[in-house]
Design a protein around this ligand. Structure first.
Ligand SMILES: [Fe+2]
Length: 384
């Protein structure tokens, strides 16, 4: 007998959530080859698959399962070993497990005697250390919060993005409700469970674009900064967590470790889903240094960010966000090359959250959407 996939049932306001699936009856410790094949296809079809009742899954199983999604991978954590990691905006939020260092411990509160870690104080990332303008303490005390940072899990320098990420919610804080504020001149807001992980579909992000932006996206390549997480370490994000504010705070070439030009990543803006063949808009906005449109670099960071915001902002509107309501033991597998996700929530000192995360850099670059893939989206001109 195999397992059952139940598509996520969004609430009435979430008219754009057409992705996500829940599995109640699958044991990841004893998954059969046939069920793994079905799970593999499900992750690329539904983008996010939540396997419930997985509290017993070990770090070793999490690592091996993650690796199975990309057997040719290079066996290195998605961010590799980071230069000057104490300054990076990534490594301050995670700790590798001593016995399975590809699996990262993250969360909030003090964790004791945990898979080889005697004691560790974890801090849930807060927008207050990353956004330019922050909520007040009063706002946070009454349950208002922000999307921390919309991203895919990827080094974006030297290493190719992991194909999937596994995110395992071992322990969650009490399920208080919070309101995510956008504060970008709109009244947009979204009610979520404390400590939710928010996802948006890259496929929908592409589909909802007006024709001219679809065409712009198709002819645009995205150039990521060298050592992007150090480069952006002094800069601040927009209030939606979707990309950065331009204040000239990015580190200069002289302030960064040596840059090897062959390691700089330039990817298309539109990536093809290897299972469904669908087009996904896939950009990590905070790490972008330039856009190359029709072969010509824009060359102005503020302009680059404005273009990106125009293209990406519709995708994070409240109706398009799947904010997963974690239960203890939820093991989430997501298509890291087909969606963006964000940490959310303003946790208190008394809240505890324990998660394991794993993703592995890939030997393969993303698959670009080709002329043939894009052809159905071109305006069909009537012939006389
Ligand atoms: Fe992430």
């Amino acid at each position: 007998m195999t397992f059952t996939l139940q598509p996520v049932v969004p609430n009435a306001k979430q008219t754009g959530v057409d992705f996500g699936a829940i599995v109640e009856d699958l044991d990841l410790e004893t998954i059969s080859p046939e069920d793994f094949d079905k799970l593999f296809e499900a992750v690329y079809t539904h983008q996010v698959v939540v396997v419930r009742n997985s509290g017993h899954v070990t770090p070793k199983t999490q690592y091996e399962l993650t690796k199975r999604f990309d057997p040719q991978n290079i066996d290195l954590y998605g961010h590799g070993s980071m230069h000057r990691s104490s300054e990076s905006v990534i490594s301050r939020d995670i700790s590798p497990l001593p016995d399975v260092p590809q699996v990262q411990l993250l969360g909030h509160g003090v964790v004791k005697n945990h898979y080889g870690i005697d004691e560790r104080k974890l801090t849930h990332p807060s927008h207050t250390v990353f956004h330019k303008d922050c909520l007040t303490k009063e706002q946070m005390d009454k349950g208002e919060t922000r999307f921390y940072r919309w991203h895919m899990d990827a080094a974006l320098y030297k290493l190719n993005p992991p194909k999937v990420t596994t995110l395992f919610g071992i322990k969650n804080p009490e399920p208080r409700r919070e309101i995510v504020r956008y504060d970008d001149g709109t009244d947009d807001q979204l009610e979520v469970q404390l400590g939710t992980t928010a996802f948006i579909s890259g496929q929908r992000a592409f589909e909802i674009l007006p024709q001219e932006l679809k065409e712009l996206a198709f002819k645009t390549q995205v150039k990521y900064a060298a050592h992007p997480y150090l480069w952006m370490s002094k800069a601040k994000a927009r209030s939606t967590g979707l990309g950065m504010v331009s204040e000239g705070k990015e580190l200069s070439k002289e302030e960064l470790p040596e840059i090897e030009p062959e390691h700089i990543k330039i990817y298309p803006m539109l990536w093809k889903n290897p299972v469904t063949g669908k087009i996904h808009l896939q950009v990590h906005p905070a790490a972008v240094e330039d856009l190359i449109i029709d072969g010509k670099p824009v060359g102005d960071l503020e302009k680059v960010r404005d273009i990106l915001y125009k293209i990406q902002r519709p995708s994070i509107s409240p109706e398009n966000v799947f904010a997963h309501e974690w239960r203890d033991g939820d093991f989430v597998i997501f298509h890291n090359r087909g969606l963006l996700h964000s940490v959310v929530g303003s946790l208190k000192d008394t809240d505890t959250r324990i998660f394991h995360q794993c993703n592995i850099a890939s030997a393969d670059p993303p698959i670009p959407a080709t002329e043939a893939d894009f052809a159905p989206y071109l305006n069909v001109k009537s012939s006389a």
